[in-house]
Ligand binder design. Structure first.
Ligand SMILES: Cc1cc2nc3c(=O)[nH]c(=O)nc-3n(C[C@H](O)[C@H](O)[C@H](O)COP(=O)(O)OP(=O)(O)OC[C@H]3O[C@@H](n4cnc5c(N)ncnc54)[C@H](O)[C@@H]3O)c2cc1C
Length: 352
């Protein structure tokens, strides 16, 4: 049986290990951070296809929702939920245009009146005139999901940092870590923002955008937000324990900021916006998490065979949504040797 070394224990590495296990293969995972990864541990975890950059990106994201549903059918007790999203990040004509674009792609979009929004979200203070409802959208905690997938896969996890990839006669045959060498038949990089440093010695410059993200979690509150709520200046969801989870930037999936500013200022501003959305609630700071989002230079995933034989790449933003479907198709490619049309637009070669 082939030995696969996956570098990275976030949602991407975990989903890959699980898909290898489903096809009768075992993997070793080596990771600086514990199971649950880095960006995965700071994610908002909104599963959606309503945000997309191109038609192929939409289709991949839409298949991402289906892949999450397959995971929940295969493994009991996963924390993935499907509350849907109430969206009014755009208003007026722009909102109608978003609805028309998404419907043309086959997405389920319901137009909500003010009364319907108020009925869905009785605790919402300022109720907009209209909003869109995306009932197919969900929420996952990528770190928790990653831990569950790694456990189910039976993969061996080594906590170590890979210093370089090792090769022989032009083929990648393993990795040199701070604990010593690891040998494998193939290596998959699920290393998020750590990827360029490992590719650079092989002559592949993978451009990555600097996109820091800050997530705020509040104290536990009574049930006030039963959906993913996306307003023009704040996205928020509530977990089963009552905590609100809120990215500190508006429209966080397409956020272009390269720096975050002063944490106390940004966190206070986010708390103020949440208090404005849900007046009368005692909303306080709970904890924060910060990570760089792994965003390749054109914003799209980088998936497929690397620049040298034996090496495969799976690097992406929106990995909470995308990792399960990317893992299904990439593992099919690795084992079956047939390229997946779904991944065709996202090949590493576009940067060579
Ligand atoms: C604030 C924020 C909000 C987000 N919100 C959403 C959202 O709502 N919806 C959505 O779909 N996506 C969202 N994302 C994006 C999503 O979380 C990421 O795309 C996804 O978590 C990436 O997972 P990953 O496993 O590829 O990377 P990571 O979770 O970053 O894991 C990378 C792994 O590689 C390891 N690693 C790296 N270099 C090395 C090395 N040299 N040696 C050993 N190990 C190494 C790290 O230790 C880590 O385990 C958000 C991200 C952030 C930060």
């Amino acid at each position: 049986m082939s030995q696969t070394l996956i570098i990275g224990a976030g949602i991407t590495g975990a989903a890959l290990a699980y898909q290898l296990y489903r096809r009768g293969q075992t993997a070793t995972i080596v990771s600086t951070h514990a199971e649950g990864g880095l960006a995965s541990a700071a994610s908002f975890g909104w599963l959606n296809a309503s945000y997309f950059l191109s038609r192929p990106h939409y289709h991949l994201r839409y298949q991402g929702l289906a892949a999450h549903r397959r995971l929940t059918a295969q493994l009991s007790g996963l924390p993935t939920t499907w509350p849907g999203c109430v969206w009014y990040e755009a208003t007026g004509d722009a909102q109608a245009e978003t609805a028309a674009d998404l419907r043309a792609l086959g997405y389920t979009v319901e137009a909500l009146t003010k009364a319907q929004i108020a009925a869905k979200l009785p605790a919402l203070g300022p109720v907009p005139e209209t909003a869109l409802h995306f009932p197919e959208e969900g929420v996952a905690d990528p770190a928790t999901l990653a831990r569950a997938l790694i456990a189910a896969s039976g993969a061996k996890v080594i906590r170590a940092t890979v210093q370089s990839l090792t090769s022989d006669h032009g083929k990648v045959i393993g990795a040199l870590t701070d604990l010593g060498p690891l040998i494998a038949d193939r290596v998959i990089l699920a290393t998020g923002t750590g990827t360029p440093a490992l590719l650079q010695p092989l002559g592949l410059a993978l451009p990555m955008l600097t996109r820091p993200g800050l997530m705020l979690t509040t104290n536990a509150l009574p049930p006030i937000c039963p959906v993913v709520l996306a307003t023009p200046d704040q996205e928020v969801r509530q977990d089963a324990m009552g905590h609100l989870h809120a990215p500190a930037s508006a429209g966080h999936q397409g956020d272009h900021a390269e720096s975050l500013g002063s944490f106390p200022v940004v966190i206070n501003a986010t708390l103020q916006r949440l208090r404005g959305l849900f007046p009368g609630q005692e909303i306080h700071f709970g904890r924060q998490a910060m990570a760089l989002r792994p965003v390749p230079g054109d914003g799209l995933p980088v998936v497929g065979q690397g620049p040298v034989p034996g090496l495969w790449l799976a690097v992406m933003h929106s990995g909470a949504t995308l990792a399960p479907v990317v893992a299904e198709h990439l593992v099919d490619e690795i084992i079956g040797g047939v390229e997946s049309p779904l991944l065709a637009e996202f090949r590493p070669t576009r940067f060579q």
